[in-house]
Structure formats: C-alpha cells, structure tokens
Ligand binder design. Structure first.
Ligand SMILES: [Mg+2]
Ligand SMILES: [Zn+2]
Length: 200
C-alpha cells in the first residue's frame, strides 16, 4: 500500500496574492510576502502544495477558464523562479446565483463545500488528517473542517511591511512553520534559498 501524502492546502486570494478582487493578470498581482518561504519549507518537509480557490469571476463571465488557467501557469512560473512549487491547483468556476450559463450551479466544489479538497485527496492519495489548510475566510475554515483536514489556520489580516508590501502576520507564519515541522521564527528571506534550482 502506498503511503499517503500530506498536503499544505492554500486558498489563493488573500493567501498567495493580495486580494484586490478578481485578480487575473500579472499586472494586478501582488504576492504576499512570506508565501514563497512557507511553500519551500512545505516541500522540504514532504508536503504537496495545493491551491484550493473559488473563482466566481469565471461564473460571472469576468474572465474565462482559459484566462484563469493561463494566469495560473504564469503564477506557477513565478513560484519556480523563487525555488518554490505549486503541485496542483483546484478551482471552482461556479456560482449558485450569479453564474452565467453552465456556471450557474449549486455545486459541491465551491467552498465552504469540501469538494475540491476531497477531489485532491482522491487524485493525490492524501492523508487529510495530517494535512494543513491555510485560508483567510470563514468559508476556507468550514471547507477544511468538512473535509477533515487536521490543521486549519485562518490568517489574520495581512500586515504592511516597511517595503510597502503586505505580509503574513509573524504569529501566523510561526503557527504554519511549526505545523510543517519547521523551527519557529524562521529567517524570512526574499532571496531564493539554498534549494533554489530555478533559472534565475
Ligand atoms: Mg481568500
Ligand atoms: Zn463548483
């Protein structure tokens, strides 16, 4: 029997990138300071890094699924440049009320429903009880709980740091780091770590 993998599940908007509302282009993307370091640590500790995101902008017709997928490919490339990786991306393109055409659905994937997490579990053979979900909204917490994710962390509002960028609260960084089996209070370093293998 294959050993089950652990996952670090990440909401996207408000966790990976600052939530400016329906972000879908590189120009509007502001990465949350500290996220690359956390993802590098997760990978070193044997976790798969999996994005779990509601994309009602697709349902509403603000952008297409193709636009979203191309944007996520760009985002994955930026992670690679920072020596980090996003192993999988699950998204819900539906909305129960505002959806246009085939996207008007009361689906089982839109958070707070656990459908995307359960799909990832099936696809990737995950041990949800030993996995971690990091989100910034009540629907993230509820989806993680409904799926049986053992550790659920809801970020406090992002902090502005001296460079003018927005960062995860150090107390939250510490909670996630310790949950990943790392040391408390890591050196947050914008440069790629020793494990950096990107093209630069
Ligand atoms: Mg969010
Ligand atoms: Zn859905």
């Amino acid at each position: 029997m294959t050993a089950l993998r652990k996952a670090l599940f990440l909401d996207r908007d408000g966790v990976i990138n600052v939530d400016h509302g329906y972000v879908r282009t590189p120009e509007r993307t502001e990465f949350v300071e500290g996220i690359f370091e956390l993802c590098r640590l997760a990978t070193r500790r044997g976790y798969l890094v999996i994005v779990i995101t509601n994309q009602a902008g697709i349902a509403r017709g603000y952008y297409s699924e193709q636009d979203f997928l191309e944007y996520m490919e760009w985002m994955r490339g930026i992670f690679t440049e920072h020596g980090a990786q996003l192993d999988a991306v699950y998204y819900c393109p539906h909305h129960p009320v505002e959806g246009v055409g085939k996207y008007l659905r009361d689906c089982t994937c839109r958070k707070p429903a656990p459908g995307m997490i359960l799909a990832a579990q099936r696809d990737l053979n995950l041990d949800l009880a030993r996995s971690i979900f990091v989100g910034d909204s009540p629907s993230d917490e509820r989806a993680g709980e409904a799926a049986g994710v053992g550790i659920r962390i809801r970020l406090r509002p992002l902090l502005r740091v001296t460079s003018g960028r927005r960062a995860i609260d150090p107390a939250d960084v510490e909670r996630i780091t310790v949950s990943l089996g790392g040391h408390a209070r890591p050196q947050v370093d914008e440069r790629p770590g020793e494990d950096f293998k990107g093209e630069g």
